[in-house]
Design a protein around this ligand. Structure first.
Ligand code: ZN
Length: 198
């Protein structure tokens, strides 16, 4: 297994609609294993394949002790919404804003063997499914912001020096490779790297 490099906003892969997975072989199993390891390494709540430069419809998640992956996910969202919660994103380091998400969602898809999977969740789990599925459609959480939050976020992204952040993050990650992954505070609800980056 390997820790993968996380792509940062500005990388076109994050704005590309990902392709459905059609090959369920060892390459896919390795991708899921590496994505899971990478997500754990940065203590993230979820990771989508485009974030590691792979334009395929795969995401991993880790919320409240529930960890898994979904391939070719399709969401069935409730019509109502949950209270806004601050989201971050590993691909937009250092930024967090409240995002409107559907209260409940049922995600259907397949696992790495191609067997059907169905998971239903609300709260943070529903939020993660919506955040990660957005990634597969080239959508970032900042696209969901409105009004002043949107302006502030876009300004911050414009002014951010992501090159140096990427280097720092890569260096930090390089140091953690080979150490054990004992922290695992699953359920922190962080989609980003708050508190453990920069
Ligand atoms: Zn994200």
């Amino acid at each position: 297994m390997a820790i993968l490099n996380i792509r940062i906003i500005g990388d076109p892969v994050l704005r590309t609609v990902a392709d459905p997975v059609t090959e369920f072989g060892p390459e896919l199993a390795k991708l899921v294993a590496d994505m899971t390891e990478t997500m754990e390494d940065v203590d993230g709540a979820g990771l989508a394949a485009p974030q590691v430069g792979v334009s395929q419809r795969v995401f991993t998640y880790r919320i409240g002790g529930v960890e898994g992956h979904i391939i070719n996910p399709v969401l069935d969202n409730s019509e109502d919404f949950q209270p806004d919660e601050v989201e971050g994103c590993l691909s937009i380091p250092g930024l967090g804003f409240p995002v409107r998400r559907h209260r409940r969602t049922r995600v259907t898809g397949v696992d790495l063997h191609g067997d059907p999977v169905e998971v239903e969740g609300e709260g943070m789990l529903a939020r993660a499914f919506q955040h990660e599925t957005d990634h597969l459609d080239g959508i970032l959480f900042t696209d969901r912001l409105e009004g002043e939050d949107r302006k502030t976020a876009l300004r911050a992204i414009r002014n951010a020096n992501y090159d140096s952040i990427t280097e720092q993050t890569t260096a930090k990650r390089a140091r953690t490779v080979g150490t054990s992954f004992g922290s695992g505070s699953a359920g922190s609800g962080s989609f980003g790297s708050f508190g453990n980056s920069q």
